[in-house]
Design a protein around this ligand. Sequence first.
Ligand SMILES: [Zn+2]
Length: 361
Amino acid sequence: MKHTFIEEIELGSKSAIFKINIIRYYINNGENTLADLGKEMDLSVPTVTKLVGELIDEGYVVDFGKQETNGGRRPNVYGVNPDSGYFLGVDIKRFRINIALINFKGDMVESKLSIPFYYENTQDSFDKLCVIINNFVDNVSVPKPKILSAGVNMSGRVNTETGHSYSLYFFNEKPLTEIFQERLGMHVTIDNDSRSMAYGEYINGVVNGEKDIIFVNVSWGLGLGIFIDGKLYYGKSGFAGEFGHLNAFDNEIICHCGKKGCLETQASGSFIHRRFLEKIAEGNTSILEERIKKGETIIQEDIIEAALKEDMLAIELVEEVGNTLGKHIAGLINLFNPELVIIGGVVALTGDFYFYLLEVL
Ligand SMILES: [Zn+2]
């Protein structure tokens, strides 16, 4: 019996790998002729003809007709059909969720950003997350069966291969991806958020040919996405890049990982958030003071926004984090000898932060 492309992927067949590479090639390079594709893929023309033919039969690839050339034989060009399949991207932040629907060509078709949410390791938080995702899927213009897969980015220790998350939503032995699949009714993959962000910069961001890259994600926590020789580095179990849990301080602050003195206890968005509220309680002034006194919940994004509006207390804390982090990033540079270091994440949205990092590096 002949398998569909999706079945081939699930079976891990060789032809599925070739087809994924063909699609990836079209996404990155646009349309092309079979002869050129064969050369790029290092496959014979009959082989690419067969593989592309099967992808056309299933609607993933389209024949765009004859290429415009100056005389001579004009071969047909082929490329991906943007509407043949869609992917859902879910980005879980501490107090917000971003969801986007991406077509087969990688273009964002619909999105809902900054959906209020509280990310904590409870069944209730997980249930709410599934409701939010299902609501989004129910309201998009694309029929659900056309959504081939959902990719969920989450913080902490994530094993992409087995589908287990060990830091958040870790309730039982079953892989989190399986639980997600049951609740969302579609194929689901998970990955660490810093790694996903690094990948995003590599594919479609500031990376310009560099192969050895350190992406520092300064958000609620502190994580790294590491590229070594053009490949994302996962480590043995997918836990590489837990920069925030480096033992850096002799403090008494218990980190969410259960240990004391982790780098992120004094160099992350959660530190800024915690210190900000403490400083307001100690009588310091800020443009957010009134809101806090009224009992409103202030999230890290509010403090970053305040820093951008030149709120002195917010700036002071962002600078403190920039200073601390700079010293440790200098350590990473010594360790990895990267071509490029990217500072990303919510906290990095402040210009001052960069300024202070530059000073210490
Ligand atoms: Zn820790």
